[in-house]
Design a protein around this ligand. Structure first.
Ligand code: FAD
Length: 368
């Protein structure tokens, strides 16, 4: 039997989902013809191009914890055969605040009870986690299994694997309409009209627009974020450091350059943002103050109210969106959930009601 799956969006979610479905053809007895339709001239050119490629395990919601674990496994295994720059440098959460110190202590307990190692340092000594000087903080939560990867090399590897596995990638083509006709979906694009057995909406911050084409709405909102690339070489083993009091974070990026970011409730990607970044950043790391700015990347988080993604099937359409700033690390887990929603006789470990767009979740996850 042959089934067509059309994936809207060639970001990391669409690519990893496409790969996962194409690879399942051999096991399922069904020939999955997977197409990715991407409106940009190349894949991975929107949020996926901006991300820091950090992979953390420090989450509160069971869905995010599950997706994090899957992500770590997948990206770690991939790095054995592909040059993705994956390194288990760990994440270091820092605070000078009394209440936040207690919160980090509780997060350590949660991490351990979920099977992830975690250590508390009180205080955090300068230089302990890298040869670069991280300033002294009252409390630090260190998650040693968390990791970082190289963005461009990772996406190139996934794109290549998709093509090797028979996924057809069409770029420069926008999906403009979808009609679920019961047995199949009719798709209108800027180039053609076609039918697919299943459509996957992996359109990132445009996911709600895609859902609206089918008469649905999704609670996914765009939140502008920036990532600065600085002309400063850092220790390649430096952990991803988050000052939870200010939201500032930094990590070693490509060629061991310093990547840094944070929200700071500042919308514009301009000189005033770089000043704020250095002001908050110098509380964590003195070396940022005089580091020249090489590039300021601007992109979006696709936010859900709970910071937990939506993965739901309605008729022949599967929506997979709302990654709230965690899409790279959660893509492999999300792809396996989507795959199980599509393949016959498969069930998901995660309960559908935790993933649906009309859920009410009691936990809002940690955000920075
Ligand atoms: C500054 C910053 C830092 C980040 N850091 C991290 C991090 O450290 N770790 C992490 O895990 N995540 C991080 N993220 C989040 C991560 O980048 C996103 O969650 C992830 O890239 C989302 O992938 P996506 O495929 O859903 O979206 P996108 O990459 O935006 O892909 C969606 C695609 O859909 C296409 N599309 C939309 N509408 C249509 C249409 N009608 N027809 C055809 N194509 C369409 C778009 O062109 C786009 O390419 C960060 C994000 C930002 C902005």
């Amino acid at each position: 039997m042959s089934r067509n799956v059309s994936i809207i969006g060639g970001g990391v979610i669409g690519l990893v989902t496409g790969l996962s479905l194409a690879r399942s053809t051999a096991d399922s007895g069904t020939d999955y013809q997977v197409e990715i339709i991407e409106k940009e001239e190349r894949v991975g050119n929107q949020s996926t191009a901006v991300a820091g490629y950090g992979i953390r395990t420090v989450y509160r919601h069971p869905v995010n914890l599950y997706l994090a674990q899957k992500g770590l496994q997948f990206w770690s295994t991939l790095s054995e055969t592909s040059e993705t720059g994956f390194r288990r440098n760990g994440y270091l959460f820092l605070t000078n605040d009394d209440e936040m110190s207690s919160t980090l202590q509780r997060e350590r307990t949660r991490q351990i009870s979920n099977g992830f190692p975690a250590e508390i340092r009180t205080p955090v000594d300068p230089g302990e986690f890298s040869t670069e000087e991280i300033n002294r903080y009252r409390t630090g939560l260190f998650s040693p299994v968390s990791a970082v990867s190289d963005s461009a090399r990772t996406i190139e590897s996934i794109r290549h694997l998709c093509e090797q596995s028979g996924v057809r990638i069409r770029t420069g083509e926008e999906v403009t309409d979808i009609e679920d006709e019961g047995t199949q979906c009719r798709l209108e694009t800027t180039e053609s009209t076609e039918w697919a057995d299943t459509v996957v909406n992996a359109a990132g911050v445009w996911a709600d627009e895609i859902a609206q084409l089918t008469g649905e709405t999704l609670p996914v909102e765009a939140s502008a974020r920036k990532l600065a690339v600085l002309e400063r070489t850092v220790d390649p083993e430096m952990p991803l450091v988050v000052d939870v009091d200010t939201g500032f974070y930094m990590l070693p990026g490509h060629d061991n350059t310093l990547y840094a970011g944070g929200d700071f409730r500042h919308e514009r990607a301009d000189e005033s943002y770089s000043r704020l970044l250095k002001q908050y950043g110098s509380e964590a790391y003195d070396g940022i103050s005089d580091a020249p700015l090489d590039e300021l990347r601007a992109g979006y988080y696709a936010m859900t109210p709970s910071r937990v993604p939506i993965i739901e099937r309605t008729g022949n359409i599967v929506h997979v969106c709302g990654f709230s700033g965690h899409g790279f690390m959660q893509a492999p887990g999300a792809a396996s959930v989507v795959k199980r929603m599509i393949l016959p006789d498969e069930t998901n470990v995660l309960r559908e009601e935790l993933l649906s767009s009309d859920r009410t979740l009691s936990v809002t996850d940690i955000q920075f």
